[in-house]
Design a protein around this ligand. Structure first.
Ligand code: CA
Length: 222
């Protein structure tokens, strides 16, 4: 899961990056509203959710929301605000924000809200992703095959999560890289194949299909 953090406070930003990275999220951090717009323009489909501070230099949170919604970007946006102002919330929601969280907040609540937003955005009701054989629980971050728990690394989990979000849909190498690596990660040219190799050994080689020259998809049948 890739998260864009837009936060100008260095302490809060750093603690968000640390907290979410520790949980296996891929996190990128920008520090003002103008950078946020650029990041969301260039990577509209890469981030699953944006955490947007309300009070930002150069462009405010509300201006960022207006801008990206006008541009047709429907990424889930969770606004983080220092004060709980009814007017701010009404204005923000009306302009296209999806949820609000007031500082200070617990990481557990932030993560639960992120999961809920991403779930709703993808049209799912339950926290599990399933194929005929595999089940991925986004709450506990666990994967089972025929009910048996499988231990995955954080990257393997992220890769399988990307594939299982749309079972049967082919994802290219570039699409997979965009979903599981952040800007700061240096990605070797064969990194995805290497990860897929390890993942297949754990979940069963037939569970991930390759269409040569196009990409990979998770098997939907038994
Ligand atoms: Ca701020």
């Amino acid at each position: 899961m890739r998260v864009l953090i837009v936060e100008d406070d260095p302490m809060i930003g750093a603690s968000l990056v640390r907290g979410l990275t520790d949980e296996g999220y891929v996190v990128d951090w920008v520090h003002d509203g103008a950078q946020a717009e650029t990041a969301l323009q260039n990577g509209a489909n890469e981030f699953h959710v944006a955490l947007l501070d309300w009070g930002l230099p150069r462009k405010s949170g509300i201006e960022v929301i207006r801008h990206i919604r006008r541009a047709g970007n429907n990424i889930p946006v969770l606004v983080i605000t220092a004060r709980d102002s009814l007017n701010d919330r009404v204005l923000g929601l009306d302009q296209g924000a999806d949820d609000f969280l007031v500082k200070p907040f617990e990481l557990a609540e932030l993560k639960a809200r992120i999961r809920a937003l991403v779930r709703r955005h993808s049209g799912r009701v339950k926290p599990e992703l399933k194929t005929a054989v595999l089940s991925l629980d986004t709450t506990s971050r666990t994967v089972t095959r025929d009910g048996r728990r499988i231990q995955l690394t954080a990257r393997e989990y992220a890769l399988l999560h990307a594939l299982m979000q749309r079972p049967g849909t082919l994802l290219s190498r570039a699409q997979l890289e965009a979903r599981i690596y952040g800007w700061a990660d240096s990605v070797e040219s064969n990194a995805i194949e290497f990860l897929l190799h390890g993942l297949r050994q754990k979940i069963g080689g037939e569970q991930i299909e390759n269409v040569r020259g196009i990409g990979w998809r998770v098997a939907t049948g038994p």
